[in-house]
Design a protein around this ligand. Sequence first.
Ligand code: 6PG
Length: 470
Amino acid sequence: MEQNNYDFGLIGLGVMGRNFILNVADNGFSAFGHDLDDEKVNALIQEGGDENKVTASRDVETFVNALSKPRKIMLLVPAGKIVDSVIEGLIPLLDKDDIIIDGGNSFFTDTDRREAYLANKGIHFFGAGVSGGAKGARKGPSIMPGGSKEAYSYVQPIFEAVSAKFKGEPCVAYLGPKSAGNYVKMVHNGIEYGLMQLTSEIYDLLKKAGGLSNDELHQTYAEWNEGRLQSFLVEITSQIFKQEDEFGDGRLVDQILDKAKQKGTGKWTSQNAMDLGIPIPSIDIAVSMRELSALKDERIMADDIYGRPEPEPLEKGDLVRMAEEALYFSFIMSYAQGLHQLADASKEYGYELNITTIARIWRAGCIIRAALLDDISKAFEANNALSNLLLAPAFVEKVNATVASARELVAYGAKNGVPLPGLSNSLTYFDAYTSGRLPLNLIQAQRDHFGSHTYERLDRDGIFHTEWED
Ligand code: 6PG
């Protein structure tokens, strides 16, 4: 392979970077990697073989000089300060019109700042969320790029080739200007948090109320994955129950500490939804549950103090049917909330997002891929101005057919001390969103009573204040 001629450069040869660059090379593009870690560089050189379609260097100058212009350099490094320092190292070596793509989970305002900073130097910068974990990066991720459209046109053929395909359609599309790509990936992760929380509480319920064994749980999730719940997360959940524990007799899942970690994208989704004024309680509670899970020692103490009722056993067949319906219902609520946030953020930040396109590129490759996303993309295709999925005619029947089981199980959980926070928040969201009248008139009256904050009326226009009698 001649120098100055590599189609694509990638910085950060960790698990994601290494898999992504191999995927690029598999698709016929020559690719050059860079990392400061010798071992990672050497491993990739070995993998490149004699043909040299993919190679790497520890030296950043060698790396930059090896790329054809405009250079297309993707960063797959941890979000935060590292991204800024890699950019600083590149700037003196780059030429006008070169392109830097941030493929990590960067916070969207960081992407806006970096784009403006580099635009001043004539360098294009855009954020492209990449979802699908290590396997996805190698075999086909879902890619969510945003930023300069012109710059994207140079990367488009590579991204389309390496991305996952849904019935032949690439799971990548230009999403919008500025940090649209990172923003969409952030909300993708918020939805991911919601779905994971729901999947795990339904597992708890099946165990506590139905006494399902790990084999039965494996079977149940596997069967669900053949139906309308078909999704990556349900599929891997079914596999997890099968995994033997290498250190003991039972299954690995039973020995894993119940403290879930997080890197921040779920929390950012919730924080930003609060800033926008968009309710996403299924996602919020999923973040809170990761926080609550971290309080393991306190939970053990409190468990000893309070105890709980012994859950009343439910007939397995009925329970599994209700659990499937409730999970489907609550999955819909997580997607509805995340997409609602995207629609609103699009207006607020000028992203010009097309929700149909987003749902389409999530149908394969990413962590939240699911059969439901095909239905969702069709619902938005029928009306792209839809503010909330719950208003789509095609979803009314799906929700009406499953809400009764959600009610039944939330009531069971409350009565029997089985925590179902994701499911109950999803149900409450549905009940509140579909209530033409909520009791918030009373809150307005209270605000006006103690603070003269004023209120509006149902029967006439204007702003009112009352001198409330004591
Ligand atoms: C993906 C994932 C990925 C994320 C992990 C871990 O789409 O491939 O969203 O980007 O980093 O899921 O996230 P947490 O550590 O916050 O759970």
